[in-house]
Design a protein around this ligand. Structure first.
Ligand SMILES: [Zn+2]
Ligand SMILES: [Zn+2]
Length: 274
């Protein structure tokens, strides 16, 4: 039984860039970014990658629901599951959707675009449930009942937001799609201060990063540095590269744990209770 004071994190998709299903990715999963965070009765979803489809199937048992969905940014791997989230098509639900204001349009316009002809046959449903769109900015605070969410600037092509979610004295940080530089990223360090769990973009190894610098992703080594600097207690590797199969991820996790014994690579179905 979970306590109403618990902050519960569940992983529905930890893959980066593009879905990667198949026999080589069964353990860590092939679905793209989707994280469920429960703070008591409140449901927060971070990103709507393909992992959100299965989350929607599970949430169907709790309808009608009131859900807050925060987008780190609108690259495909973070929105592709959006049209397949079945609770959108149910009645009596409330969905609050948040993303950084982009120059190309409001969040409603941008999310609607991927569901228009010729990309998708069904437009965003308007009538059955209530959808509220919120265009937000970095450093903005979002208060949902007893939860404080703060958006921080991440370093990624076209911009991206990291989120710090605080519920009582429990803190989880979602910092996907962010690239480091020579100096520690002060924004991400600040976001991660004394976090119980830091979920961090560990898409590349150090060797890969040398080749793909500028693509907007980071390494577990940098995640470890940020954890140590900010006092984050547990590092979770996120945004697994499509080329990193289960064998690769097992080896990577073992290497990371030599330096940070309680660090883990995110896998579909992973649940952390804080
Ligand atoms: Zn991504
Ligand atoms: Zn991205």
């Amino acid at each position: 039984m979970s306590d109403s004071n618990d902050l519960i994190v569940r992983v529905w998709g930890a893959r980066g860039s593009t879905p990667t299903p198949g026999p080589k990715t069964i353990k860590y999963g092939g679905n793209t970014s989707c994280l469920e965070v429960r703070c008591g009765k409140d449901i927060i979803i971070l990103d709507a990658g393909t992992g959100i489809r299965e989350l929607g199937n599970v949430l169907k048992n709790e309808l009608p629901i009131n859900v807050h969905i925060l987008f780190s940014h609108l690259h495909w791997d973070h929105i592709q599951g959006f049209p397949f989230f079945k609770p959108f098509y149910a009645s009596g639900c409330t969905f609050n959707l948040y993303a950084e204001r982009k120059s190309g349009g409001t969040l409603e316009e941008l999310l609607s675009a991927q569901m228009k002809y010729p990309y998708f046959p069904v437009p965003i449903p308007k009538s059955l449930s209530k959808l509220d769109f919120h265009d937000i900015y970095s450093n903005q605070e979002i208060i949902i009942n007893d939860i404080k969410i703060t958006a921080y600037r991440a370093n990624h092509p076209d911009g991206c937001l990291a989120y710090r979610i605080q519920y009582g004295n429990k803190i989880v940080v979602y910092a996907t799609d962010t690239e480091h530089n020579d100096e520690l990223d002060r924004n991400i360090c600040k976001a991660s201060e004394d976090a119980d769990v830091l979920i961090y973009d560990s898409n590349f190894t150090e060797e890969e990063y040398k080749i793909y610098k500028g693509w907007g992703h980071s390494t577990w080594n940098e995640g470890m540095k940020i954890s140590r600097e900010s006092g984050a207690k547990k590092l979770i590797l996120w945004h697994h590269d499509p080329a990193h199969d289960d064998k690769f991820m097992d080896d990577l996790e073992k290497t990371v744990q030599l330096s940070l014994p309680n660090a883990q690579a995110a896998y579909e179905g992973m649940k952390i209770v804080i």
